[in-house]
Design a protein around this ligand. Structure first.
Ligand SMILES: Cc1cc2nc3c(=O)[nH]c(=O)nc-3n(C[C@H](O)[C@H](O)[C@H](O)COP(=O)(O)OP(=O)(O)OC[C@H]3O[C@@H](n4cnc5c(N)ncnc54)[C@H](O)[C@@H]3O)c2cc1C
Length: 447
């Protein structure tokens, strides 16, 4: 049944906004619950995604890039190890189980995990509308004065100005992160964010423009910056590829076993219970598990390439460390980028064909997305939205509708929030909360 189409006017129990891995995991949890629940206990769910089809960071699907999380932290296994939505079941269906085993790794290729996500998304396609961008969420008041429902308003693709509204008891907001750029940066054919790297390079090479690329600058010292450097170096075999960053060298990602426990489901409980000071210190201590760090293998491989080129006398891979970009000027056929060497303040204007910003991602602005509904969310003393352990936003007392947040909860649920580590477990927690709230709503209306 397609809850979004078969009964378009029916109120949904939960409407997911965004259909990346977080809400995909929730869709599967709902599907598995419904498969064994009595009809009256089934959850009526739907999901809206603005992309035309499922896509997980497509712009960074570099052929040989691997996952930074074990395949056992897939969409389901940590919640339900017997689920047939697991990565292993996907491998079995593709006839690759034994071959994957022989590769002796916990970390599949990113392109393979994307294929797994697509396979899982296709199996719950009846719950999703693609090409559907949510623009606002309006509170709807019942006869008793309580805000009981939320009207989710989205754009109709190809029909400017026309919108469609769907009503739900709860929404699950999982809209992910958006590319971050330095202030006043304007993207162009020569200035990119790494989130569009792979299609941009393919396009350029397909049009023959790749042969004319003589120098590319890559700004940033994190995983995406290092991956972009490596990929560009291979993609433009005649060009100089130069990394620019303020650090002295790349910092390795801490994926050692004890530090990795910060991504355990139990660590979410510890973080959630902590005072703001302890929360901050946990993030500071363990920042190097995720932020501005690079996998050691990639660091070593980049260094080996640089050294080999030094030996060979043709240094295509270059590094401008302890440096910052101060100015970028675009001309018809090139860019002029002013780079400052921080220890001396010396500035140099470098001519380049392309500049790639690997400058990270930031949470999307929820207030804009939620519109009038944002005013119903309670805030802490830093103006951050207050969120319960069950990922349900704390709302003003006159609201019985629910908002679940996935991703934008680092301040309440810790470092795993934006990652895949606890996606499966979190979707189970949200499902349990939805079921519990529905039961108490029914008890109130019966009483
Ligand atoms: C290149 C890259 C590699 C990564 N690799 C890993 C990894 O190996 N391990 C790990 O743990 N984490 C990794 N991450 C972190 C990443 O955040 C998670 O993997 C994952 O994407 C989080 O899933 P999500 O569903 O919360 O968000 P997203 O995957 O960002 O999905 C959000 C979805 O919401 C949609 N959307 C946004 N706004 C709207 C709207 N208004 N209406 C409708 N739809 C909307 C977007 O189109 C998108 O499809 C990586 C991140 C990047 C950028």
């Amino acid at each position: 049944m397609n809850a979004l189409h078969d009964e378009p006017d029916a109120v949904l129990d939960v409407l997911g906004i965004g259909f990346g891995p977080s809400n995909l995991a929730l869709a599967i949890a709902v599907e598995e619950h419904n498969a064994q629940a009595a009809p009256e206990n089934r959850i009526r769910a739907g999901f809206l995604e603005r992309q035309p089809s499922f896509g997980w960071h497509r712009g960074m699907l570099i052929e040989d890039a691997t996952m930074q999380v074990s395949f056992l932290k897939d969409l389901v296994t940590m919640r339900n190890p017997t689920s047939d939505f697991s990565f292993l079941c996907f491998l079995r269906e593709r006839g690759r189980m034994v071959d994957f085993l022989n590769a002796k790794t916990l970390f599949p290729l990113r392109i393979e995990f994307h294929e797994y996500f697509e396979w899982a998304a296709a199996r719950v396609a009846h719950l999703v509308d693609y090409s559907d961008e949510v623009v606002s969420v309006d509170p709807v008041t019942g006869p008793d004065g309580e805000v009981r429902w939320l009207d989710v308003v989205s754009r109709v693709p190809g029909e400017p100005g026309r919108t469609v509204t769907r009503r739900a008891r709860n929404i699950s907001v999982a809209v992910g992160l958006e590319p971050h750029l330095p202030p006043e940066t304007a993207l162009s054919d020569r200035i990119w964010h790494n989130s569009e790297l792979v299609p941009r390079v393919r396009e350029l090479n397909a049009s023959g423009g790749g042969d004319a690329v003589g120098r590319v600058l890559v700004l940033g010292a994190g995983q995406s910056g290092a991956e972009a450097l490596d990929y560009l170096h291979r993609s433009f075999p005649e060009a100089e590829i130069c990394a620019i960053f303020a650090k002295y060298g790349y910092t390795p990602a801490d994926d050692s076993p004890f530090a990795n426990r910060i991504f355990d489901p139990e660590a979410v409980d510890v973080y959630f219970r902590s005072t703001p000071e302890v929360k901050q210190s946990l993030v500071d201590y363990h920042r190097s598990t995720n932020y501005s760090v690079v996998d050691m293998d990639l660091i070593e491989s980049l260094y080996a390439t640089m050294y080999r080129e030094k030996v060979q006398g043709r240094e295509r891979l270059q590094l401008r460390n302890v440096s910052r970009i101060r100015d970028v000027r675009g001309f018809d056929d090139h860019l002029e980028v002013t780079v400052e060497y921080l220890p001396t303040g010396e500035r140099e204007v470098i001519s380049a064909d392309l500049l790639v910003h690997a400058t990270g991602y930031r949470p999307r602005d929820l207030d804009t997305l939620l519109g009038r509904t944002a005013k119903l969310c309670l805030r802490d003393d830093k103006d951050a939205v207050r969120v319960g352990r069950d990922h349900r936003v704390e709302l003003t007392p006159d609201v019985t509708a629910g908002i679940y947040l996935q991703g934008a909860t680092e301040h309440t649920h810790g470092l795993t929030s934006t990652l895949l580590s606890t996606t499966a477990v979190r979707s189970g927690e949200i499902l349990e909360s939805l079921i519990a709230h529905r039961a108490s709503d029914l008890a109130v209306s019966a009483g």
